[in-house]
Design a protein around this ligand. Sequence first.
Ligand code: F6P
Length: 555
Amino acid sequence: MQKTILSFKERPAWLALNNHVNTIRGQSLSKMFETDPDRAESFTIESGSLYFDFSKNLINQETLGFLVNLAEQSGLAEGINELFSGGLVNKTERRPALHVALRAPKSEQIFVDGTNVVPEVHQVLGQMTAFSNAIRSGDYKGHTGKAIRNIVNIGIGGSELGPVMVYEGLKHYSQNNLTIRFLSSIDGTAFVEATAELNPEETLFIVCSKTFTTLETMSNARAARDWLLSALKDRAAVVKHFVAVSTNTEAASDFGIDSSHVFRFWDWVGGRYSLCSAIGLSTMIAIGPENFNSMLEGFHAVDTHFRTAPLHRNIPVIMGLLTVWYSSFLGAQTSAILPYDSYLKRLPAYLQQLTMESNGKSTTVSGKTVDYKTGPIFWGEPGTDSQHSFFQLLHQGTQIVPCDFIGFAESLNPLGSHHDLLIANMIAQTKALAFGKSKESVLTEGTAPWLAPHLTFEGNRPSSVILMESLTPHALGSLVALYEHSVFTQGWIWEIDSFDQWGVELGKSLATKIIKEIESPETSSFFHDSSTRALVRRYKIAREKNLTDSKRIRS
Ligand code: F6P
């Protein structure tokens, strides 16, 4: 018999948490650690090489119990099952979200419309492997017979943020006689910088677009084709210098890309969940198929953990529950991602799309407007740089900002005591946030009473630590999968569709109208508010003036 799922606020656990939140508001982390000597141990989960310490969060065992009840009462276990078995978890687009199939071993079977998709996934991985090896070895030649040495990934959103994050994250493993660049924005500057000093004869463009219609990507792809043809002067060159990654294989062929150079993926892979698909081709070329496969294994290890670990010992479930707790009960509006590894500099940007495009929503799957807070704003920067900028607010500001600290036991670039210092800083920050420094101890140190309030840290600021052995491809895959499944957990509990993104459409369609006005010599015929009308007019006047001025300077 099917379990009846109550809506978010009707669940007994919601009620329990809503009452319980005041108890937690009246407690402090210092007290909680004092009264429970085993707290660190009982609020830590290890799985494979992952060590997840969530003991410095504003929760106690009762909170955790209620949160797990909330997950149970939302039918999360059934939701996970649906996710992994190809259920229509993307409800508004009526399709599965089967990114887990992209890293499933050959022996697994996952069905979509009666077809096991795992063999197709491995067939494309095989095609990517052969192509990557040919580029890496120099066997693949461009139109004039030269080996390819430069790769430009053209794509935006999920077709860029995942690849660039992994490329930067795993730079240590990259083949360094290749130049890999990423072109996303429709900004002439981005194009010029991405192609600067590249020899067209040695350059390959990978056009990544699930739809093959995205304005930025298609405009950049056409500009790249012009750039190439103006140097090589032969239309046939496109075949050797462009490959595509898309679900829209027809549009890719129409662009002039040879069908053997179209790497397909499927509409059951969401853009922001696509880095394990052929969207990761640039990554595979950079780090090699073996490392890429190891990354997929890292993802798969966390997929298995998410699917099989009990909810109260399940890392992504706990991460998701904590986000729900802080957003919907404690009123946190943002969440900080703080990787203590310079290679992970693009991780916060990647997670912004993953989390905010997934759960930045206010309508439930059944079409009701929510009356509770959903996805928070995610932001962050690597440590220790961020300590010298926004940490002031984390320690002494008026907002509660739950933080995720991410660190590795081993440095990929050991240098004196740098790594120990780096990790000492990370651990120190979690301690300072949690326990602060009382006014009494500030005064005991001999600080003048007038200055003491400024040197006081109230503490009680929540954070979690994800500690891993070393930044390997496997570790990075596991780390990303944790966040993917945390996002799923949140969305399922909030009853929102974490796999659609209708909120990006309005701006796109207005831009297509505004561009017509900008290009037209006529004044706007399209109805606008006074601000929009004035901005269009002002832009056109300023542009005309600039054009006239620069003509005058040139003549
Ligand atoms: O505008 C948002 C979005 O649809 C993202 O979800 C997606 O990752 C991105 O645009 C790029 O889309 P595509 O891969 O189809 O070019």
